[in-house]
Design a protein around this ligand. Structure first.
Ligand SMILES: NC(=O)c1ccc[n+]([C@@H]2O[C@H](COP(=O)([O-])OP(=O)(O)OC[C@H]3O[C@@H](n4cnc5c(N)ncnc54)[C@H](O)[C@@H]3O)[C@@H](O)[C@H]2O)c1
Length: 272
């Protein structure tokens, strides 16, 4: 019997694989037998990718060029690259949302039946119901400059960019599933709590050390490890997850469930 977690015979694309979750994911996909792993990043990775394409996910021309170079088939696209608010709200929206949308659109015709688009979102996007209408409006815009203009005109919603960007990724995942499944292509997201990666100091700077520590404390008491997030991403992209689509899967040690059921003690939450 074929192992449904196997990536043998698959050609996959991973964005943001120089470090952290993406790096751990590439190691795992290689162990799981992926035929070809194409890595897109601004820094050249040392993990076992088979091809590196230098690509700034905040630059539409670079994304178009990378997509043309990748061609097809792409069995699984892992949209993992992400930056924190210290790089500015509009840059965050470009890399975390507009670039992700553009690469996905550019490659979607190359994703065959049984393929998948797997996003790294975040529990930072759990407040999406507050902005659903605005996000649906933003996601209906095709043009890069108009997307950027929309974000620039709504600082009261976009705020520092990070939480809003991950709300967008969670809604995108739910929104695109219906059309994609007609082509038998799935889309899903992993939504991690704070992960022990090189990005964590940026979150400590922008969200406050106390807030990041409090979130981890209210989850399991520890940070999620990049390999644990990679395990979920690899599962979601594999045939083992063949009926999973349009879903944002929390990997947060029970944090969001605790919030929804009133078991998180917000009186201990540090001021932002
Ligand atoms: N670290 C956390 O606490 C945490 C929590 C939830 C979700 N996430 C998400 O996990 C994903 C991976 O982040 P990570 O924690 O592994 O951090 P990381 O900084 O280790 O990884 C981010 C990767 O993206 C690459 N990158 C940065 N800017 C880029 C750009 N403009 N174009 C292309 N690549 C670029 C980096 O070089 C790096 O390889 C991100 O989407 C992040 O938002 C992180």
């Amino acid at each position: 019997m074929t192992n449904p977690m196997s990536y043998a015979g698959k050609r996959v694309v991973v964005t943001g694989c120089y470090s952290g979750v993406g790096e751990a994911l590439v190691h795992l996909l290689s162990d799981l037998g992926a035929d070809e792993i194409i890595g897109l990043d601004i820094k050249e990775p040392t993990c076992p990718i088979t091809r590196y394409i230098h690509c700034d996910m905040g630059d539409p021309d670079a994304i178009d060029a990378a997509a043309a170079e990748i061609g097809g088939p792409v069995h699984v696209l892992f949209n993992n690259a992400g930056i924190a608010a210290n790089l500015g709200a509009i840059n965050v929206m470009k890399v975390n949302v507009f670039g992700l949308v553009r690469l996905t659109q550019a490659l979607s015709d190359h994703i065959p039946q049984g393929g998948a688009i797997i996003n790294t979102a975040s529990i930072a996007g759990m407040n999406w119901p507050a902005h659903q209408e605005e996000i649906m409006e933003l996601l209906s815009i095709d043009d890069w400059d108009k997307q950027v203009a929309w974000a620039e005109e709504k600082p009261e919603i976009v705020a520092d960019g990070y939480m809003f960007s991950k709300e967008c990724v969670q809604i995108l995942t739910m929104l695109r599933a219906k059309d994609l499944i007609k082509k038998k292509v799935r889309i899903a997201s992993a939504c991690p709590a704070p992960i022990d990666t090189p990005l964590l100091p940026d979150f400590r700077e922008t969200m406050g050390e106390a807030m990041i520590d409090w979130t981890a404390h209210e989850a399991t008491g520890e940070y999620v490890q990049p390999s644990e997030v990679a395990n979920l991403l690899a599962y979601l992209g594999s045939d083992a997850a063949s009926y999973i689509s349009g879903t944002n899967v929390n990997i947060d040690g029970g944090f969001q469930g605790g919030v929804i059921t009133g078991q998180i003690d917000f009186s201990t939450m540090p001021a932002a």
